[in-house]
Design a protein around this ligand. Structure first.
Ligand code: 4NP
Length: 156
């Protein structure tokens, strides 16, 4: 089982959205039993809370279920998950601070960026500007490229 963990700052906007979208992408490819998905935040301000209503709304509009609650990343996550995917460069720097590196810590959009699918390397935070729809489109694209990359690397 390959483990994939999406990481953002608060674990209420971007990483839960990516978790829902990626899980849906896996179901579409019949890979839901091969890849485990979760999300976590760098901070703990929203511990135990459901995702932001903007994230829940856009997921619902696309018929994507999501029931997760906010949690903070821990050192165990570095042991358990193979791919730790940071939504922005600050999240990435914060993950690197843990200084545990047997697994792959990279920007979520790296796979899409490398494939020329987006000029963006970071997912903008809709918590500040409310642009949940635009972020959904970007996350969708990022998830498709990420699955391609994982399938290549893990021979799935
Ligand atoms: P997220 O967005 O990292 O995409 O979940 C944020 C959510 C909450 C806060 C910042 C960003 N906050 O400062 O509470």
């Amino acid at each position: 089982m390959v483990g994939v963990l999406f990481v953002c700052l608060g674990n209420i906007c971007r990483s839960p959205m990516a978790e829902g979208v990626f899980r849906q992408t896996l179901r579409e490819h019949g890979l839901q039993d091969r890849i485990q998905v979760d999300s976590a935040g760098i901070g703990n301000w929203h511990l135990g809370k459901p995702a932001h209503k903007g994230t829940l709304k856009v997921l619902k509009e696309h018929n994507i279920p999501h029931h997760g609650r906010s949690r903070q990343i821990s050192t165990q996550d570095f042991e358990h998950f193979h791919y730790l995917l940071a939504m922005d460069k600050q999240n990435h720097a914060d993950l690197k601070q843990f200084n545990i590196s047997p697994h792959k810590v990279q920007l979520f959009l790296d796979a899409a960026y490398k494939r020329g699918l987006t000029p963006l390397q970071e997912v903008p935070d809709p918590y500040y500007d409310g642009r949940f729809d635009a972020v959904f489109d970007l996350i969708k694209l990022g998830c498709m490229a990420l699955l391609d990359e994982i399938r290549e690397e893990q021979q799935l």
